[in-house]
Design a protein around this ligand. Structure first.
Ligand code: ACO
Length: 335
C-alpha cells in the first residue's frame, strides 16, 4: 500500500519583526544576524493570536488544495512542542476545522524534527492502520519560550504553521519512501527548555511519603542553547541521515530535485548541500523571511515552493529535520 502528498498549506502571524527591530531590544545588528544565520525577519504571535487557529488555517488551505472536506480526514497529527494546552491541541484543530466524524487527533512532540516524524507516522498509519487521509501539521510558537534578553537565541526563532495531506494510494503511486530517524537524549544539555528546577519538586519522595504539599505550579524555562554544538550536530548527522534515507529508497543523491531542510541557519543548509553535492539552485530556503519556525519550517517552505511553481508534480524532495531532543530524521518524498 502506498501513500502520497495531495495538498499543502501554511499560515504565519501578522506581526513581523526585523533584525533592526531586534537591535532595539538586545545588543545586536542586522549584519551580524544575516551573516551568521541568513535570517532577516521573522513573524511572531501577538495579542490574542492563537497557534491552534494558525494551525487550523494552514490545514484548511491544505484541504482546499487536496479538494477534500474536513470529514474526509480520518487522522490529524499536530506536530508541535508548544501546544496551547498541556494535554495537546490536535483535538482543538479538529474542532476548528469542523470535522463532525470525530477523527483520531493527537500531538507529536519532537521539536524541529516534529514534521518529519509526523510524515513518517502518517505513512505508518496509512500503510498499517487503514487510514485514508491524514493531515500532518507542523506548528510552533517558540517566541513564547525565548528569553528576549538573550541575543544568542532570540534572533533565531519565529512562529508559523504548515500542513500537508497524506493520502492512501496504490503502491505504484507511492510518494513517501526512504525514511531515516534518530534521537540521542545525551544531547539535551545542548538545547532544552526544561521544567523550572525549583518548581519540579514532586509532592512525593521516592518512598511515596509526602515531601511538600501542595506542590508549586510548574512552568518551563526559556530556551537554553549551545549554538556551536547544535551547529556541529546538524552538519554531522543530517547528511548521513539523508544518505541513509536515499539508500532505503534505492535512489542516488543525484536524483534529488529539491533539498528541503529544517530552516535553522543558512550556513547549516549550505554545509549539508555541499556535503551531498546538491547545487544551491536545487536548495529550498525561506528562512530569511521567517527565521527558525521549528516544526513548521519544512511544510511552510514546501507550501511556498509549491504555490510559486518552483516544486512541480512528480519531483523528488529530500526533507530533513533536526533539533532538540536531540532528534533528527529524513524523508524522501515525491510531490
Ligand atoms: N548579535 C551580535 N553578537 C552576538 C549575537 C548577536 N545576536 N549573538 C552572539 N553574539 C556574539 C557572542 O557573544 C560572541 O561574542 P564574543 O566573541 O565576544 O564572545 C560572538 O558573537 C560569537 O558568538 P557565537 O555563539 O560563537 O557565534 P556562532 O558563530 O556560533 O553563531 C549561532 C551563533 C548563529 C546561534 C550558531 O551557532 C547557530 O546557528 N547554531 C545552530 C543553532 C540552531 O540551529 N538552533 C536551532 C536548533 S532547532 C530546535 O530544535 C529549536
Amino acid at each position: 500500500k502506498g501513500c502520497k502528498l495531495v495538498g499543502c498549506g501554511s499560515a504565519v502571524p501578522a506581526l513581523q519583526i526585523s533584525n533592526d527591530d531586534l537591535s532595539k531590544i538586545v545588543d545586536t545588528n542586522d549584519e551580524w544576524i544575516s551573516v551568521r544565520t541568513g535570517i532577516r525577519k521573522r513573524r511572531v504571535l501577538s495579542g490574542g493570536d492563537s497557534l491552534t487557529t494558525l494551525a487550523a488555517e494552514a490545514a484548511k488551505k491544505a484541504l482546499e488544495m487536496a479538494k477534500l472536506d474536513p470529514d474526509d480526514i480520518d487522522l490529524i497529527l499536530m506536530c508541535t512542542s508548544t501546544p496551547e494546552d498541556l494535554f495537546g491541541s490536535a483535538p482543538q484543530i479538529q474542532k476548528q476545522l469542523g470535522c463532525t466524524k470525530s477523527p483520531l487527533s493527537y500531538d507529536i512532540t519532537a521539536a524541529c524534527s516534529g514534521f518529519v516524524l509526523g510524515l513518517i507516522s502518517a505513512a505508518c498509519h496509512v500503510r498499517g492502520g487503514g487510514f485514508r487521509n491524514v493531515l500532518v501539521i507542523g506548528a510552533d510558537a517558540l517566541s513564547r519560550y525565548v528569553d528576549w534578553t538573550d541575543r544568542g537565541t532570540c534572533i533565531l526563532f519565529g512562529d508559523a504553521a504548515g500542513a500537508v495531506v497524506v493520502q492512501a494510494c496504490n503502491s505504484e503511486e507511492d510518494g513517501l519512501f526512504g525514511f531515516d530517524v534518530h534521537s540521542d537524549g545525551s544531547g539535551l544539555r545542548h538545547l532544552n527548555a526544561g521544567i523550572k528546577e525549583n518548581e519540579s519538586n514532586n509532592a512525593l519522595d521516592s518512598n511515596g511519603s509526602v515531601r511538600s504539599f501542595p506542590p508549586k505550579q510548574s512552568s518551563y524555562s526559556c530556551i537554553q542553547m549551545n549554538g556551536k554544538e547544535v551547529f556541529r550536530f546538524a552538519v554531522r548527522c543530517v547528511p548521513q541521515s539523508i544518505e541513509n534515507a536515499l539508500e532505503k529508497a534505492g535512489l542516488p543523491a543525484s536524483s534529488i530535485d529539491w533539498l528541503l531542510l529544517h530552516q535553522a541557519n543558512q550556513r547549516i543548509i549550505d554545509a549539508v548541500a555541499t556535503r551531498l553535492e546538491v547545487p544551491s539552485e536545487r536548495v529550498i530556503s525561506n528562512l530569511a523571511n521567517y527565521g527558525n519556525t521549528s516544526a513548521a519550517s519544512i511544510p511552510l517552505a514546501l507550501d511556498e515552493a509549491v504555490r510559486s511553481g518552483k516544486v512541480k508534480a512528480g519531483q523528488t524532495i529530500a526533507a530533513a529535520g533536526f533539533g532538540a531532543g536531540l532528534t533528527w530524521g529524513s524523508a524522501i518524498l515525491r510531490w
